[in-house]
Design a protein around this ligand. Structure first.
Ligand code: ADP
Ligand code: MG
Length: 662
């Protein structure tokens, strides 16, 4: 429903539109992030530290003192409905004695109060719970509350769906309309609690129902083709690998080989921290597939990674296995040659980027698809891949681990294998938070590292300088380093706008230590493996997700020298700084991912649109896990009785369509 159907002043329309509110729905679903409660608590119930409201008259003795930095403190006696108090209030130099005010204050014991807020309205008129919204500077909370009280009258037109009655009654939830109303105009604290619980449940139920629907459409039946191979050959081959698998790697491999042998179609997620050794597992799964006379595909997000995997996968496999790599910058003759051999079963393993997904890539008999960094591939791409063969098995690999219970609910069609412990060649990366967005404080450390033959990554959030943004760009930092470092230091830059040839040249130069410093974007996040680069500097680190930063720093400390990572930021936001401190103190990808999930939700982490996981409006997948699990159970029930729940199913289908169109 368009907003212009609601009667508002022109000024308000403009402000709302500037803030991005175009429809009544967008307002209804913009929830307060907290509430202030205005109530009268009798003095006898006050405890030290309590925030209280009282009403009265400012009296003598009255004094206003100037403090440094343009601050003031006003002290006065306050004759109020709760008795006589000594009040101090900061930065309100305009207060005068004899004024009648309503005051919010912190009780500090005896008769002392520290004023927090005041106004000149009568307290009785303000009693209640006030929703506090996150808004643009131009739009005041008061304005917004006014708008909401008008908009709430249009709920009947805008909210036509609801949680199915069965579940609403079972869990004693409110209706959706009641919830929306109570969220914006609460009658009491308990009503807010109930409203939130309802909205969270609704959000999760909708999500889970969509997930189930999606699964029905995309994957159909789960029968696959069992692979027939001799495990002894694989066990024997493992002796020739350059290292022994850890116990966890062996366990995970067993799970995967069991899947391959079973009649069920494999749909497994292998998760493990950066550098935990997933590639060799993939190679052995591929080997088993090839032994059973099927081909395998390995899908990776970037061309750089495709080439690296080509080298490492080959090194993990016997020479008899024929491995090829396909990428866009190959000549068309080379490409045609590969495609033809692939069709004729003269290639066993094809490694490549999404170019593998294209129509003209036809396998002779693809039996296994491995997707590395799976969260970068959309549901749609995965479906197209599964069409590459008859009932192919799927192995998805991810370095962004999520807790097992959560993963099972979020991707309920996946089995999960996890590598948590490290093989001994992996070292922690020392990480330091620098509260400045420049390398000045660490300049000498960096220079020392360079003198000791180290190489440094400089990671920036953006490629080009943008005058509307304070974020550091590759261009800008490249120029700054050229000026700042001695002439002898060789500096290069790498980002997504370079041609593939240019990228390869720069990366090769860095790999061969013809470049000392590489200024880059997050293109290096996955897979770049330069053993002699052991230092990383990340600008505007508050702009990145924690798991992403953890992956980024995983690039260093792969060689013999200890890895060192500096997180630069000039953010003063307490929460941001706290998040970054998690990285200083933890090397555990699971712990880090968990924190990230708690703070930002899964959509952000897994790449919102691609993953098919929405970021939830009010529910939190970590804190509200119990509701999530319940909603999952209920959604399965709903899908089993589709006719009975057809309104709800239609609503979810519509939601699913909208999501696809975005
Ligand atoms: P990721 O899980 O990030 O894909 P990789 O498979 O690239 O990790 O492994 C990182 C490094 O660890 C590689 O150089 C690999 O050779 C090495 N590695 C893997 N497993 C072991 C092991 N069991 N013992 C020693 N080194 C190992
Ligand atoms: Mg990897």
């Amino acid at each position: 429903m368009k907003l212009n159907q609601v009667k508002l002043t022109k000024r308000l329309y403009e402000k709302l539109s500037d803030a991005g509110f175009e429809t009544v729905e967008s307002l209804l679903w913009h929830f307060p992030y907290r509430y202030d409660e205005v109530s009268i608590i009798p003095y006898s119930d006050w405890k030290i530290g309590d925030k209280v409201w009282l009403e009265g008259v400012i009296q003598e003795p009255f004094k206003c003192l100037r403090l440094p930095k343009n601050r003031t403190v006003t002290r006065f006696m306050f004759q109020s409905n709760q008795g006589l108090f000594q009040v101090s209030i900061f930065n309100r130099p305009w207060l005068k004695s004899n004024m009648q005010i309503s005051l919010q204050a912190r009780y500090d014991g005896n008769n002392n109060l520290v004023g927090l807020n005041y106004n000149t309205n009568s307290l009785i008129d303000q009693l209640g719970i006030i929703p506090i919204y996150s808004l643009t500077k131009e739009l005041s909370n008061k304005d917004f509350i006014n708008v909401m009280s008008k908009v709430l009258n249009y709920m009947d037109e805008c909210i036509v769906n609801d949680v199915p009655d069965e579940y609403r009654l079972k869990y004693k939830l409110l209706t959706l309309k009641q919830s929306i109303y109570q969220i914006h105009k609460p009658s009491n604290l308990n009503a807010i609690f109930l409203a939130k619980r309802t909205l969270k449940y609704e959000e999760f139920l909708r999500f889970q129902t969509k997930l189930q629907l999606n699964r029905q459409v995309n994957f159909g039946q789960m029968f696959g083709k069992s692979k027939i191979f001799d495990r002894r050959i694989i066990n024997n081959w493992m002796k020739y690998l350059p290292f022994e698998l850890t116990i966890q790697q062996k366990t995970v491999l067993d799970e995967i080989l069991n899947d391959l042998q079973s009649k069920q179609r494999m749909n497994r997620l292998l998760q493990g921290d950066v550098g935990s050794g997933k590639t060799v597992i993939a190679a052995l799964a591929i080997y088993a597939t090839v032994l059973s006379h099927y081909q395998a595909a390995l899908l990776v997000p970037t061309e750089i990674l495709a080439k690296q995997h080509y080298t490492s996968i080959k090194s993990y496999l016997p020479e008899s296995v024929r491995v090829e790599v396909l990428y866009s910058s190959l000549s068309s003759i080379q490409k045609r040659n590969i495609l033809e051999r692939l069709r004729n079963n003269e290639i066993d393993v094809l490694i490549g980027t999404h170019s593998i997904i294209q129509d003209d890539v036809k396998f002779y008999n693809c039996g296994l698809v491995v997707a590395d960094e799976q969260h970068r591939f959309g549901v749609e791409q995965r479906r197209m891949l599964s069409d590459k063969g008859d009932k192919v098995d799927f192995l998805l690999m991810s370095a962004t681990p999520i807790p097992r219970t959560l993963a099972a609910v979020l991707f309920n069609d996946l089995n999960i294998s996890t590598i948590t412990s490290y093989h001994s060649s992996k070292k922690p990366i020392e990480t330091k938070l620098i509260k400045s967005n420049s390398i000045k404080p660490i300049y000498s450390v960096l220079l020392d590292r360079l003198k000791n033959n180290d190489q440094i990554y400089f990671v920036c959030p953006s490629i080009e300088f943008d005058e509307n943004s304070s974020v550091k760009s590759v261009d800008q930092i490249y120029q700054a380093l050229l000026k700042g470092f001695p002439k002898s230091i060789r500096i290069g830059m790498l980002h997504g706008k370079l041609s593939q040839d240019e990228k390869n040249t720069v990366l090769d130069d860095f790999l061969n230590h013809k470049i000392d410093c590489l200024v880059t974007t997050t293109v290096i996040e996955v897979g770049v493996n330069v053993q002699s680069a052991n230092t990383m500097v990340i600008y505007d680190s508050d702009r990145f997700g924690l798991s992403q930063l953890h992956q980024l720093r995983g690039r260093v400390g792969r060689g013999s020298v200890d890895g060192l990572c500096f997180l630069l930021t000039d953010s003063e936001d307490e929460l941001s700084l706290k998040r970054l401190e998690v990285l200083e103190n933890s090397q555990d990808g699971f712990e880090i991912a968990n924190k990230d999930l708690e703070l930002r939700g899964p959509g952000e982490i897994f790449g919102l649109k691609q993953s098919g996981i929405p970021s939830f409006l009010i529910a939190n997948v970590v804190l509200d896990q119990a509701i999530l699990v319940t909603a999952q159970k209920d959604s399965i029930e709903i899908l089993n009785k589709q006719l009975h729940f057809k309104d709800w199913i239609n609503y979810c289908l519509k939601d699913l369509e909208n999501q696809r169109m975005d």
